[in-house]
Design a protein. Structure first.
Length: 233
């Protein structure tokens, strides 16, 4: 086969692959849980979705009485450099281990790490950060769900923890941290272009009955149906 023919076929294959992925991206704006109704505040668990430039986290109350959940049991305060026992919320995000651990700031971004994360199924971690409060504003989206739905979300997060000790606490994956209130833990699943950090967040929200896209590889797919924290919609 001539080199020119090989090149043409390779470009055609790349073009088809990109077209297929674009079509998958459109699926992110097909909603699920259309029957979601905002429960009454006195019979609901208030959770948040936190976002930055490209990534989203689930932000959950550290302690919830109904259902009985205490994230201190899974992510013990003594594993953190600061005293986090008074923190009200815990942010949990999932992602490629190399990219996540090596990129505390966007200035640390390595193109090679980003490409490898997207195109090669790779090891994952959870980043857990204790927060003293959840802030109002566009970086935080608010979701009210029922206690039953919250139990579903808790089960989803716990199923993403790869290793726990004999006391039921998650085992840290590395000593590297972004600050004094966060840790990385080994996670289940492999990261790639069709299974991203935002897809993990979207799956958790969908499991809990929240309004998200049917497939959420990008941040807008997670956030487009969620109101900003502090608003009433």
């Amino acid at each position: 086969m001539k080199p020119r023919t090989l090149l043409r076929r390779a470009l055609q294959a790349i073009g088809v692959g990109l077209l297929v992925y674009v079509l998958f991206l459109v699926l992110g704006f097909v909603p699920v849980n259309l029957n979601y109704t905002r429960p009454a505040p006195d019979d609901a668990v208030r959770i948040f979705v936190r976002s930055n430039e490209i990534h989203t986290d689930l932000v959950l109350p550290v302690i919830c009485d109904d259902p009985a959940v205490d994230w201190h049991a899974r992510f013990p305060p003594e594993q953190f450099q600061s005293d986090v026992r008074q923190c009200r919320y815990v942010a949990v995000g999932w992602g490629n281990r190399q990219f996540y651990v090596e990129t505390p700031r966007w200035s640390d971004l390595k193109v090679t790490s980003a490409i490898a994360a997207l195109f090669w199924p790779s090891e994952t971690v959870l980043r857990v950060e204790y927060l003293y409060d959840a802030a109002d504003g566009e970086d935080f989206r608010e979701v009210l769900i029922t206690p039953r739905q919250y139990r579903q979300l808790v089960a989803f997060v716990e199923s993403s923890i790869a290793r726990i000790d004999e006391h039921g606490a998650a085992k840290p994956a590395t000593t590297v941290t972004y600050g004094s209130t966060d840790r990385f833990y080994g996670a289940t699943g492999r990261y790639h272009a069709f299974n991203t950090c935002n897809q993990w967040t979207g799956r958790g929200l969908a499991r809990a009955g929240a309004p998200v896209g049917i497939w959420t590889p990008l941040k807008p797919h997670v956030l487009w149906r969620l109101p900003a924290a502090g608003t009433d919609r």
